[in-house]
Design a protein around this ligand. Structure first.
Ligand code: FES
Ligand code: FES
Length: 182
């Protein structure tokens, strides 16, 4: 490849190791987060996680691995749990996105948040928002019928300080209260 081809790039297209224009192309993207619609100028490659944290100050959702391996970034999209680091914001236009900030009703915590407090299911707390969102997604899926299944279906959410059994206790309690498993 000639020197010219190695250093020249099309506007907005980056090439590894080559300095490009500092202006990123953006489009206006409308996202419905926690019941509120927001229009944001975002580069098309912005992940939902970065849109939440960097463009909307919704820092409750955490960035752990940024590679879909830890679950810290879990949010709900139309009631289903997803890793927000693995989806682009633009792909979520028109969907109902719920983050940890959207679970409480005013001063009243979501029952799972209360159960996490009651069972001391958080330690450093970094993974807790993702654990809680994931647990709500798990309950919406309706597949877990036992503590073992709760454990298995929560296995995509890592907690490095090992609050796992307390987390299962908290989820188990809420599911029992709702009559969702034996
Ligand atoms: S930050 Fe998304 S799975 Fe780890
Ligand atoms: S609460 Fe600390 S890593 Fe999960």
């Amino acid at each position: 490849m000639s020197a010219i081809l190695e250093t020249e790039t099309l506007p907005g297209i980056s090439s590894p190791g080559v300095a490009t224009s500092s202006v990123s192309p953006t489009s206006l993207i409308t996202l419905k987060i926690n019941g509120v619609e927001k229009r944001l100028p975002l580069a098309p490659w912005t992940t939902l996680l970065d849109a939440l944290r960097e463009h909307m100050d919704l820092t409750g959702t955490k960035k752990g691995c940024d590679h879909g391996q830890c679950g810290a970034c879990t949010v709900l999209v139309n009631g289903k749990r997803i890793n927000s680091c693995l989806t682009l914001a633009v792909m979520q236009e028109g969907n109902e996105i719920t983050t940890i900030e959207g679970l409480a009703k005013g001063e009243e915590l979501h029952p799972l948040q209360e159960a996490f407090v009651e069972h001391d299911a958080f330690q450093c707390g970094y993974c807790t928002p993702g654990q809680i969102c994931s647990a709500i997604g798990l309950m919406n899926e309706g597949k877990a019928q036992s503590r073992a299944e709760i454990r298995e279906l929560m296995s995509g959410n890592l907690c490095r300080c090992g609050a796992y059994s307390n987390i299962v206790d908290a989820i188990d309690q809420v599911m029992h209260e709702r009559g969702e498993h034996a």
